[in-house]
Design a protein around this ligand. Structure first.
Ligand code: WAQ
Ligand code: MG
Length: 273
């Protein structure tokens, strides 16, 4: 097997006041997929992300990589829309109406907000059952962390340039995650805003309408984030299979096949010169 076709999953998590297992405060996490020659810069980037974070200085960090044995699937990024709102109230009303448009019952939406209002610590995503509004992931854990997804920077840069969006790495990471998660038929919608006190933009994502950014979903300074996957249990084998998809199936985002086609064309052109 050629080395450049071997990929590695790289994961980082950082906490303050001890490790996550010891009850430390979650500071930052990161998930990437890179070939062997990018492992060193990738681990340096993840270390930097966790070391200089608006949630505070970590006193625990874990960075690990492992070779991916599973076949990598390539997925196009969800289409993006933006809603500029003038307050958190407007932003949250927009989020609720998008969730309704995705097919979630109003009572289920209310129950999910009730669940998150009672949470203190979250390191991953919560699952809410679209049939009952009940939490489905293990409540003694702090959510399920999705991993094994990435969007190579060159392809992301072409994409953001084409759509005249600022090449915001945070959006790259969130859109990558949302694309992977909504690719599973059981994910009806995702609702998210950051736990970083300096970042108030969030989104609702679904296969139905893509990744809809909302300019303000919380007040500046707020450290409580949110990530909810609204799931239809009838569209999954069982919860373990769903978690297995989220945590082990490698997904790379690829916007333009033509980028590669263009490159090979220009190389062919050069060869012909
Ligand atoms: N898997 C599951 N949950 C995660 C993951 C993951 N890989 N990463 C983060 N979370 C959860 C976790 O509970 C965090 O506390 C919460 O989400 C927020 O994470 O401008 O930056 O990384 O388009 O702070 C969205 C808007 C930004 C971007 C979201 O989230 C844009 C963001 P953060
Ligand atoms: Mg964060």
């Amino acid at each position: 097997m050629q080395l450049e076709h071997i990929y590695f999953s790289v994961r980082m998590r950082a906490a303050q006041g001890g490790s996550h297992e010891q009850g430390g405060k979650h500071i930052s996490g990161g998930e990437r997929i890179v070939p062997y020659h990018d492992l060193s810069p990738c681990m340096a980037e993840l270390a930097e992300k966790g070391l200089n974070h608006s949630r505070g200085k970590p006193d625990f960090m874990n960075i690990q990589f492992e070779r991916i044995e599973e076949t990598v699937t390539y997925v196009s990024p969800l289409p993006v829309g933006t809603h500029v709102v003038s307050s958190v109230t407007d932003g949250q009303a927009t989020a609720r109406s998008l969730l309704t448009e995705a097919g979630i019952e109003p009572l289920v939406i209310e129950k999910s907000y009730h669940v998150i209002s009672h949470l203190t610590e979250l390191q991953g995503a919560l699952f809410i059952d679209t049939a009952t509004g009940q939490r489905l992931d293990d409540p003694i854990k702090n959510g399920v962390r999705v991993s094994r997804m990435d969007w190579p920077l060159d392809d992301f840069s072409c994409w953001s340039n084409e759509y005249q969006l600022s090449p915001n790495i945070r959006m790259k990471e969130a859109l990558t995650l949302a694309t992977k998660v909504t690719q599973h038929p059981a994910t009806i919608a995702e609702l998210c805003w950051s736990d970083d006190p300096d970042y108030v933009t969030g989104y609702v994502a679904s296969q139905k309408f893509g990744y809809q950014r909302i300019s303000q979903l919380k007040e500046l300074g707020e450290e409580k984030g949110c990530r909810i996957f609204f799931v239809d249990q009838s569209k999954m084998k069982d919860l373990d299979a769903y978690i297995n998809y989220l945590t082990t199936q490698p997904v790379l985002i690829r916007w333009k096949q033509e980028v590669i086609a263009d490159e090979s064309r220009s190389m062919a052109g050069r060869a012909a010169e």
